[in-house]
Design a protein around this ligand. Structure first.
Ligand code: SF4
Length: 671
């Protein structure tokens, strides 16, 4: 993906070695700097990959300081490099913490731009349109709308993250954001002042551009359809949190549609018809020309069709025989198809064609194409599946393998792709990630964490627990957890591999534990984490969403207990299709896919415990298969070198050597 070198390429910090050295620029900028050889080692590998224009895989153990280890060489390279990370929160962390620190160290201001998905930005045209139509707002929204309108006059970015009191889910924001499906692009009267246009312009001139993986793959997928991308041109990419790439890429290279999208389409059509009618008498009859009722019929038929898809209730399931499904629901399917076709024809026939209709027409065409593909299109290399979540039913087509797609569209198109994460390697090797993501060649490096895991952490593998797949397991696990928590004085995460198991353990333990307990789902994730940090001795029961991206430093988190080896459910439609495809090729799906996936997940989960050099704690794994089964050694050899025990007495002794705050206070009082 060729691009011009950054026009404001800064002078590199004297040399990278000097920059990271004791007493170097970074040490001077950071009061409490600790030299970490791994950080320098990674920076040097990134520098070389950028200079030699080749791909690189780096596993950087927790505490390496990997963000600065790629930011500094990226800045020094003078190349136009896009940085992409896992979530918006991580983007904000780069923008507010790491990049300002780098700027202090290099002694000059850095131009950095954070790019997020379009729906994070305000749309000036929509804000102005709503101002003309205050009657479309309820009283409760009117104040908030005024607040957003005033903010839009002042903000430089238009990024909703600046609106601190805006709820995460806000129907008003949905009406005001810059999402593609309601944007008229260069025909828009606000185009010159558009936040998106300005942001892309700033990105072209920036020293550092920070995106997230969702945006990155959305851009890649759009470009592969020969449409203009959303990101500015780049010559090289750093993909942080690279262990998440396969799932996200699958999502964006796939196709999806839901009943809610069909409903939104009809609702937006109705709102638009009203808006046009109110603002322009000439086209006031557009709603009467049939396109809107056709759209509404399509949405209604879609509602029935999607309800039939998920007749078995919540959760995911494969749609194995699409032809049979369509045959069984032929009438309603034809109503959906016919409604969309009639709406499209009606909108195309409008004269004069109101400009505001164009984005809606694009959406109708796009939806019709999705309906065709999802129900009747080519199925080679794709798994079709559906999921019911609350009121929503989602039909998805996901590529079974993304490796070939990524090889062609990413690794062959961009000469330097750097993938990094704290968890990429299995037993020190990158075969798994290379094979799953299609990384063709290039360098690789495992940078070990600077933490002294042998001293800081104890891995407890209890004896004599029943097999976790048996019904006796839950009761025995609950007893074991209670005993461990007694030693740690709470201060623990209890991480389960399923919601069911999480609830079961919580139900058994919460009433009898002398510690405050928190349960995933009781409150949003960040609030639960804050409560955990603030509540002495708290125990949090959670599932996979707390296995990664959670950082609780200090003794408040002194113990992480994992109930089972985190093998993904093999009946998940995408995993099931991947397993079948590998078996059809005569490959061993367990060893090549399920096991490495679970190993990386366990590394992530255990990685929550030791977040700094002063952290200490116990990891407990209640799944005896790690010692009984031959594959167990792959887990153990992929984990950091924790000290290991099978005796609870050693867990007790470990905590006695570094007592918790309460025990310390008691000891001091006795003294
Ligand atoms: S160009 Fe699109 S996003 Fe920008 S103000 Fe206009 S309609 Fe909104």
């Amino acid at each position: 993906m060729p691009g011009n070198p950054s026009p404001s390429a800064p002078r590199p910090p004297a040399t990278l070695r000097a920059f990271f050295s004791r007493g170097g620029a970074l040490a001077r900028a950071l009061g409490n700097y600790e030299y970490r050889s791994g950080q320098w080692e990674m920076a040097e590998a990134v520098e070389r990959a950028l200079a030699e224009r080749r791909h690189l895989l780096v596993e950087a153990g927790t505490g390496t300081g990997k963000t600065l280890a790629y930011l500094a060489p990226v800045l020094a390279s003078g190349r136009r490099v896009l940085i992409s990370t896992g979530t918006k929160n991580l983007q904000d962390q780069l923008m507010h913490k790491d990049i300002p620190l780098l700027a202090r160290a290099v002694g000059r201001e850095l131009k950095a731009v954070c790019l997020k998905g379009r729906n994070n930005y305000a749309c000036r045209a929509k804000i102005a349109d709503l101002e003309r139509q205050p009657a479309l707002l309820g009283l409760a929204d009117l104040d908030r709308y005024r607040h957003i309108r005033a903010w839009a006059e002042e903000t430089a970015t238009g990024d909703r993250a600046e609106l601190e009191d805006l709820p995460e889910v806000s129907p008003l924001w949905e009406r005001l954001n810059a999402r593609r499906d309601a944007c008229t692009g260069s025909k828009c009267r606000c185009f010159d002042d558009c936040f998106l246009t300005a942001m892309r312009q700033r990105a072209m001139e920036a020293d550092l551009v920070v995106a997230n993986h969702h945006l990155f793959f959305a851009d890649l997928a759009i470009k592969s359809r020969d449409l203009p991308g959303v990101l500015p041109p780049y010559e090289a990419v750093v993909l942080d949190e690279a262990h998440e790439l396969e799932d996200i890429a699958g999502q964006y290279f796939g196709v999806g549609l839901s009943n809610l999208q069909l409903q939104d389409l009809a609702a937006d059509g109705a709102a638009l018809a009203k808006f046009i009618a109110a603002g322009n008498g000439e086209v006031a009859n557009t709603a009467g020309q049939g396109w809107l009722p056709a759209l509404q019929h399509a949405a209604e038929a879609g509602g029935h069709l999607f309800a039939a898809l998920a007749a078995d209730g919540e959760g995911r399931a494969p749609l194995r025989d699409r032809a049979a499904f369509v045959a069984a629901h032929r009438a309603v399917f034809e109503r959906l198809r016919g409604g969309l076709a009639a709406a499209e024809a009606g909108m195309e026939a409008l004269r004069p064609a109101p400009e505001e209709l164009e984005p809606l027409l694009r959406r109708v065409r796009d939806t019709a194409a999705k309906v065709e593909y999802l129900f009747t299109g080519e199925a080679e290399g794709v798994v079709f599946w559906h999921e019911r979540r609350g009121r929503g039913v989602y039909l998805q087509a996901t590529p079974i393998a993304v490796a070939a797609l990524l090889e062609e569209r990413l690794f062959a198109a961009t000469d330097t792709v750097i993938l990094t994460s704290a968890t990429l390697a299995i037993e020190g090797r990158f075969d798994y990630v290379r094979q799953r993501l299609g990384v063709p060649h290039g360098g690789e490096r495992v940078v070990v964490s600077p933490f002294d895991y042998e001293q800081q952490a104890l891995l407890y593998l209890p004896e004599d627990l029943p097999d976790p797949r048996t019904p006796e397991f839950a009761a025995a696990a609950a007893e074991e957890i209670a005993a461990i928590l007694q030693c740690s004085q709470g201060r623990a995460f209890v991480l389960s591999t399923s919601y069911e198991q999480m609830r079961e353990l919580h139900r058994r333990l919460a009433p009898r534990l002398p510690f405050a307990t928190l349960l995933q789902g009781e409150a949003p994730r960040h609030i639960l984490l804050e409560r955990f940090r603030q509540t002495p001795g708290a125990v949090l029961f959670a599932t996979s969403s707390f296995w990664q991206g959670v950082d609780v430093q200090g003794e408040q988190l002194s113990c992480v207990i994992v109930d089972k080896l985190p093998f993904a459910a093999p009946n998940d439609p995408v995993l099931e299709a991947r397993i079948r495809a590998m078996q059809a090729e005569g490959r061993n799906a367990f060893m090549e896919l399920q096991l490495p996936q679970a190993v990386l997940a366990l590394k992530q989960g255990f990685g929550r415990l030791i977040r700094s050099r002063s952290d200490r704690g116990v990891l407990a794994l209640l799944d005896g298969r790690v010692l009984r089964q031959r594959y167990g050694s792959v887990f153990l050899q992929s984990l950091p070198p924790y000290r290991r025990t099978r005796q609870l007495s050693e867990v007790k002794a470990f905590f006695a050597a570094a007592p918790g705050p309460e025990a310390r206070a008691e000891k001091e009082a006795r003294a």
